[in-house]
Design a protein around this ligand. Structure first.
Ligand SMILES: Nc1ncnc2c1ncn2[C@@H]1O[C@H](COP(=O)(O)OP(=O)(O)O)[C@@H](O)[C@H]1O
Ligand SMILES: [Mg+2]
Length: 640
């Protein structure tokens, strides 16, 4: 990161500097010199975020299923260090009751003050060791957890970017959001603290059992025989029940987010259709299901905790009874009985903790499963292993015997058994017309390789689209979709989306060419005016113009316009028609036309009906032919 030229040059700017600043949307030219040093200092203190190296080529990225082990593998040495600390921490903590036993039996009973001092000092030392190793362990695993989360977030997001279009039509946005929010959060809880605490608590149980066996084998076995069966049964039940509970919670959270994101996106329709009440009721239901799932999960834990405690208390009573008799018989010292009672209490504390950790673990595992499935989703449009860089193309497009259906059983193109054939010469503009749902947009999606045909070939300059890299193909294609999407940012940012290196003049020029001149003159900040999320601050006509400007600026060899002018009034459309003549000059273009006036200007017109190419020719030829197009033209002329 740096402040670049303007700051180093004339800080308060001459005319040239203010021009740069206007382009960047800054109120003044760069950072004043007296502040520059301070600014640099602040920037130097900012942590570095190296650009992650993300492979997008199909062959390159890591396809191995995401498992806890594989995920932690690269950090195994760090984790080993953490485990050493855990052992130290646990041993130091569990030395307490043992020291108490020594204190009672060797110092208090024989009235040895010297020994008492030593025991006290040892106790203090064990606490210091415990605290220090605990601190180091938590600090380390916290940092490691954050690092793992960062890696996972980037990995999942990159995977979204890799997916083909069908993925986003099949998956609800809210559900995908859940993966990135609550699922990753659940894992974060697990990694920050969960896994290592699990180790601490597990180790505590083992250490206590061993020490008890060492102190007095008989009593230890009796104690374990009393508490173990109940605890095991309870734990087996809890395992199943809590897993069911947490899977349910997970699914319900996804529903809540899905409903929320849909409602927010569709607010305009909801308001105008008077569905607000219905919408609230619906959301209340979804949230209610989420609550029920949580209540179930909580009630499972609520039973487990106290039931365990009860077993612990029973154990204490039995221990006091049997251990007390052993003290009277002289087979056990008072100190040992004391240590046993302390250890039994300490035995149940980690179990309570384990319950909570087990919940976190369950949630983490459920999240891991969801993320694993997500990361295993293969994009449907893939590069073939030896995909070539597509050289700069002339723009000969050919669809040969193409058949396609979004659902393989339901053909959309090539319904009559024949595939669809269409060849477009370099530099030619072909208009595609036909009724709604005929498959026009589908043709456009095949040409831009948003989907692959089920049968037949789509090629450009003789290269099957499946044999070239997606990057080199898309670089030469421009698409203006039916519903343009605008990103948060200025009008200029949006126009330059496909060509971030465009100059301010080029951006403004593109805007004026498509007829956005009036808009940017009217807006106080011109090209730098901010458009809001989903572009709702612009009219749909203006959004279409902006999308056109974006495509114009990118200057692709092949341009596909999918009803890109359908929301424009006649006057804007006339401006656009003229602009199109300029822009389409020398480029191959597929113009899916909503209006005949647009279609008529094309070199040739293709009529698509019910997934079949029924007519193809120039305007005059088709009128002559007397088919569907001639009918449409006759209707249109009679209105005009
Ligand atoms: N993503 C999709 N999934 C399933 N069916 C689709 C999808 N997109 C379009 N279709 C169906 O394919 C047919 C052709 O759609 P389309 O090519 O968009 O028609 P249009 O000629 O109006 O542009 C329609 O019946 C439509 O319902
Ligand atoms: Mg369409």
């Amino acid at each position: 990161m740096s402040f670049g030229g303007p700051a180093a040059g004339s800080p308060f700017g001459g005319p040239s500097a203010s021009a740069t600043s206007a382009a960047a949307g800054l109120p003044f030219a760069g950072v004043p010199t007296e502040l520059a040093e301070k600014a640099k200092e602040i920037l130097d203190q900012e942590p570095d975020h190296p650009t992650p190296d993300i492979p997008f080529s199909q062959a390159d990225y890591d396809r191995r299923p995401l498992t806890l082990r594989r995920f932690l593998e690269p950090h195994r040495f760090g984790l080993l260090g953490a485990i050493v600390l855990v052992v130290l921490e646990t041993l130091a903590l569990q030395a307490g009751p043992l020291l108490t036993q020594v204190g009672i039996d060797r110092a208090i009973v024989p009235r040895d003050v010297n020994m008492l001092w030593w025991v006290g000092l040892a106790y203090l030392a064990s606490i210091v060791v415990n605290t220090l190793s605990s601190y180091a362990r938590i600090a380390y695993t916290g940092r490691l957890g954050e690092k793992l989360m960062y890696e996972l977030r980037v990995r999942v997001f990159s995977h979204f970017q890799r997916q083909s279009l069908d993925f986003f039509t099949d998956e609800k946005t809210g559900r995908l959001m859940t993966r990135m929010t609550s699922d990753i959060d659940a894992l974060s809880v697990l990694f920050q603290d969960g896994l290592v605490s699990l180790a601490v608590q597990g180790l505590t149980l083992v250490v206590i059992t061993v020490v008890m066996l060492f102190l007095n084998t008989t009593l230890a076995l009796i104690t374990l025989a009393v508490v173990m069966p109940g605890m095991l049964l309870l734990t087996v039940w809890f395992r199943g029940a809590s897993e069911r509970g947490y899977n349910r919670v997970r699914d319900r959270i996804a529903d809540v987010l899905a409903d929320l994101s849909e409602s927010l996106a569709g607010m305009r329709v909801i308001t105008s259709s008077n569905r607000r009440r219905h919408n609230v009721i619906n959301h209340a239901n979804v949230v209610g299901e989420h609550r029920d799932a949580n209540v179930y999960a909580a009630s499972v834990g609520a039973f487990y905790g106290p039931a365990n405690e009860a077993i612990g208390v029973i154990g204490q009573a039995v221990l006091l009874l049997i251990g007390g008799r052993m003290v009277l018989d002289g087979t056990l010292t008072v100190g040992e009985l004391f240590a046993f009672l302390l250890y039994l209490t300490a035995f149940f504390a980690p179990i309570q903790q384990l319950v909570q950790l087990y919940n976190a673990y369950q949630q983490g595992q459920a999240a891991m499963r969801k993320l694993r499935d997500l990361l295993l989703t293969e994009p449907s449009v893939v590069e073939s292993p030896g995909a070539l860089e597509l050289p700069p193309v002339e723009g000969n497009i050919e669809l040969r015997n193409v058949r396609f259906g979004y659902d393989p059983d339901e053909p959309v193109l090539g319904r009559d058994g024949r595939g669809l054939d269409l060849s477009i010469a370099a530099g030619e503009t072909v208009a595609v017309v036909g009724p709604t749902g005929a498959g026009k947009s589908t043709v456009a999606k095949l040409v831009t390789r948003f989907y692959d045909p089920d049968d037949g070939v789509v090629s450009i300059d003789g290269h099957d689209l499946r044999d070239v890299t997606l990057h080199s193909l898309r670089r030469q294609l421009g698409v203006v979709p039916q519903e343009p999407f605008l990103f948060n940012g200025s009008i200029g940012d949006n126009v330059a989306f496909g060509r971030p290196d465009a100059t301010a003049e080029e951006i403004e020029d593109a805007c004026r060419t498509v007829g956005l001149g009036e808009l940017i003159d009217r807006l106080p900040d011109g090209v730098d005016s901010i458009v809001h999320e989903r572009g709702s601050s612009l009219s749909s006509g203006e959004r279409q113009l902006l999308a056109l400007a974006r495509a114009f600026l990118a200057r692709p060899r092949v341009l596909v316009l999918d009803e890109a002018t359908s929301n424009l009034d006649l006057r804007s459309e006339t401006i656009i028609e003229r602009a199109l003549d300029v822009v389409l000059e020398g480029r191959t273009a597929i113009v899916i036309a909503h209006r005949l006036a647009t279609a008529m200007r094309a070199d040739r017109i293709a009529v698509v009906d019910n997934g079949v190419l029924t007519e193809l020719g120039t305007h005059d030829e088709l009128v002559e032919l007397g088919g569907h197009y001639a009918d449409m033209f006759a209707t249109w002329s009679s209105h005009a």
